[in-house]
Design a binder for this molecule. Structure first.
Ligand code: PLP
Length: 365
């Protein structure tokens, strides 16, 4: 019997989250962001649910080439651009759009051999993250150089917000972007999920939603369900053992939890080597056979313990939902001091994955 630890990827949820993103930005084209193996969901698995995207955006060149092999014919945007001259050549060979954020990338494009059609580019402006992108002085010359290159088919403009998850947090970046791009021609792409959901004026020619597609909230203050998003990843594990603790009995490494009364607990087949956060303290929410309960003690590599006082009939064979449609991944993440993004991306390869296929949908797909 396989270990009873399973993730379910719900493609209907992904498709409806994409539709919600598009509804927030009805006149924008949409890059569905699929970096990091589609936020841990599996790039190949999610593809059928993303048919309505205008393009896919990611970081990894091997995965972009794989998308072409799998038959994705629409556009693909490399969000960090090329990492070397060979990537630049690969972009031309496979028809990948390139973000261009630095002088080196300009050089590789200028020197790229004449074979292969020219590529679409997105000149990136640094609007406050101080990570990747041209500053206001260097954006204009970069745009001019790109516009003159035979290897370049079009030059669009983009930036990535530092604070779009906070009320008014995109304002300053948008002002800087507007000032830096006065008079520059080209399509514009600004909005990540947080901006798609909360800053309509940031939804320009292209939006770039990521986390919202996967049913995660980009905001600390709003849950995904309140935003109309559905969970796309459900992590479940079975109960391997049930124990009755006596007062004074401790649980797990470090004895971080100690019983103050007789109480039943369950040992669950999931640990940090499956992607469950080790930093989740006692009290992190779980659902046992649909009933709300919490974790106890320190999460181990392969196992974790949970409280059965609220669900005394649970035992070996019971199913524990660790996150999913009934238990928001963001609630688990918050308890563990992180964000849903990190939990999704960390789903471990050893966890069995089941894909819940798309249901038939009326209307053209
Ligand atoms: C990851 C990423 C996104 C998507 O961000 P979310 O917060 O997941 O919506 C958009 N743009 C860029 C450049 C990114 O790297």
């Amino acid at each position: 019997m396989p270990r009873p630890t399973e993730a379910t990827i719900v493609l209907d949820a992904l498709r409806s989250n994409l539709a919600l993103a598009r509804a927030h930005a009805p006149s924008s084209k949409c890059w569905a962001v699929v970096k990091a193996n589609a936020y841990g969901h599996g790039l190949e698995r999610v593809l059928p649910a993303l048919a309505q995207a205008d393009g896919l955006a990611l970081i990894e060149f091997d995965q972009a080439c794989r998308l072409r092999e799998l038959g994705w014919k629409k556009r693909i945007l490399m969000l960090e651009g090329a990492f070397d001259a060979a990537d630049t050549a690969a972009a031309r060979a496979h028809g990948l759009d390139l973000v261009v954020h630095c002088e080196e990338q300009l050089g590789w494009l200028a020197d790229s051999p004449g074979d292969g059609p020219p590529v679409h580019t997105f000149a990136k402006f640094d609007s406050g993250l101080n990570r990747l992108g041209f500053d206001s002085a260097s954006l204009r010359p970069a745009h001019a150089r790109l516009s003159a290159m035979p290897a370049v088919r079009s030059v669009a403009l983009m930036t990535h917000f530092a604070n779009a998850d906070l009320a008014g947090g995109a304002d300053e970046s948008m002002e800087l972007f507007a000032a830096a791009t006065v008079g520059l021609a080209g399509e514009v792409s600004l909005a990540n999920s947080a901006a798609v959901l909360s800053v309509p004026t940031a939804c320009r020619d292209w939006i770039r939603p990521g986390i919202m597609l996967y049913g995660g909230s980009p905001f600390a203050q709003h849950g995904a369900a309140d935003l109309g998003l559905a969970a796309t990843m459900v992590l479940r594990a079975g109960v391997l053992a049930r124990r009755e603790l006596q007062p004074g009995d401790a649980v797990g490494y470090g004895s971080l939890f100690r019983a103050s009364e007789p109480m039943p607990i369950a040992v669950v087949a999931c640990g940090y080597a499956d992607g469950y956060p080790r930093h989740a303290p006692s009290g992190t929410p779980v659902l046992v056979d649909g009933m709300a309960s919490t974790t106890l003690g320190r999460v181990a590599m392969d196992l974790m313990m949970i409280d059965l006082r609220q669900c005394p009939s649970a035992g070996v064979g019971s199913v524990v939902e660790l996150w999913g449609d009934n238990l928001p991944i963001d609630a688990v993440a918050q308890s563990a001091g992180t964000i849903g993004y990190e939990l999704m991306c960390a789903l471990a390869p050893r966890v069995a994955v089941r894909v819940e296929a798309l249901s038939a949908q009326s209307g053209a797909l």
